[in-house]
Write a protein that binds this ligand. Structure first.
Ligand SMILES: CC(C)(COP(=O)(O)OP(=O)(O)OC[C@H]1O[C@@H](n2cnc3c(N)ncnc32)[C@H](O)[C@@H]1OP(=O)(O)O)[C@@H](O)C(=O)NCCC(=O)NCCS
Length: 196
């Protein structure tokens, strides 16, 4: 049995040791890979549309770097009706979802044109961020694209979207340049990654 005795100056060493032991246990259960074992990455289906469109709406609406008008438009572009159309067009669109216990906690959606893939949107539910989910999702996409003959991915980020800029740099994307006063009169960086 662990007994707690306050150490010198009232510092509780036994409690600290117990906390460290607990942290080691959590790490063992969750695993050391970036994506916890309970999460799965798969292609989205039409059945996912209601949950997916809700999540996309929430994430897009909470983006601090988009103007209100831009958010409204982007949410409209990813409502249930639009998503059904995109998901039905398998030749052009690709949409992956990350699930945890049947719940969608992340997505990546974009379109393929003549071997060049434009990544439209990537989003991870707020409470699941900073666990390596987006990184795993993007890597999975690349794996799939290579098999499908996609030779290049490109995308944009708002210049102020530090999280995405950092993610793309980590994944080896090359900044093509600044596209200022672009969509919705906002500033963007354009990026590319050659797969083949
Ligand atoms: C951008 C976003 C998808 C990242 O998802 P995530 O699952 O939290 O990212 P990951 O945990 O896989 O992080 C991978 C890398 O991304 C970068 N990153 C992610 N979150 C970051 C943050 N808050 N600050 C700085 N870098 C960050 C880091 O380089 C990180 O690598 P590291 O952990 O070794 O530092 C997520 O923040 C999000 O959904 N944002 C809102 C929607 C959005 O902006 N989508 C992109 C539109 S272009």
């Amino acid at each position: 049995m662990v007994r707690f005795h306050p150490g010198p100056q009232g510092f509780n060493h036994a409690r600290l040791a117990q906390l460290v032991e607990h942290a080691v246990y959590i790490r063992r259960v969750v695993g050391s890979s970036p994506t916890p074992r309970t999460m799965k990455i798969r292609h989205a289906t039409l059945k996912d549309v209601p949950m997916l469109s809700r999540l996309m709406g929430l994430i897009i609406d909470s983006t601090h770097y988009y103007t209100i008008e831009a958010r409204k438009e982007e949410i409209k572009k990813h409502n249930s009706k639009s998503l059904k159309q995109y998901l039905s067009d398998k030749k052009y669109y690709s949409c992956l979802v990350v699930t945890e216990e049947q719940e969608i906690i992340g997505f990546a959606i974009g379109r393929n044109e003549a071997g060049v893939f434009w990544a439209d949107w990537l989003g991870i539910r707020k409470d699941k961020r900073r666990k390596g989910v987006a990184e795993s999702l993007m890597k999975k996409w690349e794996e799939i694209f290579k098999k499908k003959g996609v030779h290049k991915i490109w995308c944009d980020t708002r210049t102020s979207n530090k999280e995405s800029v950092s993610l793309l740099l980590k994944l080896g994307y090359k900044k093509l340049g600044l596209f200022d006063n672009g969509w919705y009169k906002q500033d963007f960086f354009l990026w590319e990654k050659n797969l083949i």
